[in-house]
Structures are given as structure tokens and as C-alpha cells.
Design a protein around this ligand. Structure first.
Ligand code: MG
Length: 224
């Protein structure tokens, strides 16, 4: 059997930093003298920065204005993560170690900027598990396009049918399936319902990664 390869989404799957994203947007809004509510955050969660900036604050902002404001938001986000720290979600530490012990390859495939991932993987001390880290800065097309996962598979030297993507978001599940990969979706953080994740094509939906075993994933790759 070909060696299975696991490709991990980060935010909502390995860690949960939604609160730090909220704080960063709230601080940016204060700097800009703009209103920003929990409802605004919920309505734009998962969108890319330029779209959020145009929808909430400046409908006519050009690309350069969006780039500058987006970088400011990410600076504020990283400051908030450094202040508050972050922890691995339930089941993650055991799975990372279990996949490693079983000889599986592992990579990260995330839409987040490289600076955010460097910080998160460093704070949680898990960088060593990954043979490849593909970030939003490495790809031209974001999820639901499969580019981020296909790039990670290529870097690992794996074919899509060997890969299992771990995701928490509909766009991520769609990206995995568009790439010809299997996908495990987790609802622990709860931004996307089990029903929506199933509809998007997830092969397995779990409430928590505590419920997933290495042998179950090996069987999934074998097509059982
Ligand atoms: Mg996610």
C-alpha cells in the first residue's frame, strides 16, 4: 500500500483562533473609526481580507488600500495570538503523534499567510510533524480551489488518492474533493454544520478529532 499522506487545515482544525481574528478586526475598526460587531464578524468569517474590508468598511477601496489594511489586521491578529497563546484542539496531539508513528506523511495546507502559520506552528510546537507547509502566500487560488492541497501533496511526493485532508470548513472540504482526495471534517469549533460538510462531500464527519483513529484513516485510504 502506498504511504497515506495527511494534509491539515490549521484554523478550526489544528487550533481555534477565531477569537483572536475577532479582536484583530475590532481593533482595526477602532483605528479606522468604524463600527464592528459580533454579527459583522459572523457574516464575514472565512472570507478573504479584501472582501471583508470592502463589505464592512470601504466599498470602493482599491487593491493597494486593501493590502495595507489587511496587513495591519494580520499584525493585530498575531499580536493577539502572542498575548493570549493558543492550544491544540482535542485529539490533535494524539493524531499527529499516531500518524507519525505509523509512518504516514503529514503536511499543512492553509489559506492563512505564512507569518500567521509560522507563529501558530511555533507556539504549539508541532512544526516538526510536517514534511511540507503550504500557505496562502504559496498559491494563487484559495479554497475551494484545490491548489493548496495539490501543492502540499506534490511537496510530499504523494498522489491525491493517497491523501486525506482534515478540515472544518465547507470550502476546504470542497477543495479536497476537487483535488481527488478523501476528507475528514470536524465540527468541534462549529462554524459549519455536519449537514453542510456532508453535502460538500466529506467522507467522514466527526464532532471531535478525539473520535478518529489512525487505523480508521488507513482504512479510508485503502477505500474501505
Ligand atoms: Mg479551517
Amino acid at each position: 500500500m502506498d504511504t497515506p499522506a495527511i494534509i491539515w487545515d490549521v484554523d478550526g482544525t489544528l487550533v481555534d483562533t477565531a477569537e483572536q481574528h475577532f479582536r484583530a478586526w475590532a481593533r482595526l475598526a477602532t483605528e479606522l473609526n468604524q463600527p464592528f460587531t459580533r454579527a459583522d464578524f459572523a457574516a464575514t468569517f472565512g472570507m478573504r481580507n479584501p472582501e471583508i474590508l470592502r463589505q464592512l468598511f470601504f466599498p470602493l477601496a482599491d487593491d493597494e488600500q486593501c493590502r495595507v489594511l489587511g496587513e495591519r489586521k494580520e499584525d493585530l491578529y498575531r499580536a493577539s495570538v502572542r498575548e493570549q497563546g493558543t492550544m491544540l484542539l482535542p485529539g490533535v496531539a494524539a493524531l499527529l503523534a499516531g500518524f507519525e508513528a505509523a509512518g504516514f506523511l503529514q503536511a499543512v495546507g492553509s489559506s492563512a499567510p505564512t507569518g500567521n502559520l509560522d507563529l501558530l506552528l511555533g507556539l504549539t510546537n508541532i512544526r516538526r510533524f510536517f514534511g511540507a507547509v503550504v500557505t496562502g502566500d504559496d498559491v494563487r487560488r484559495g479554497k475551494p480551489d484545490p491548489e493548496v492541497f495539490l501543492t502540499a501533496a506534490t511537496k510530499l511526493g504523494s498522489r491525491p488518492e493517497q491523501c486525506v485532508v482534515f478540515e472544518d470548513a465547507v470550502a476546504g472540504v470542497e477543495a479536497a474533493k476537487a483535488g481527488g482526495m478523501r476528507c475528514v471534517a470536524v465540527t468541534f469549533v462549529g462554524h459549519h454544520s455536519a449537514e453542510k460538510l456532508c453535502e460538500a462531500g466529506a467522507d467522514l464527519v466527526v464532532e471531535s478529532l478525539d473520535a478518529v483513529t489512525v487505523s480508521q484513516i488507513a482504512a479510508l485510504v485503502r477505500g474501505k
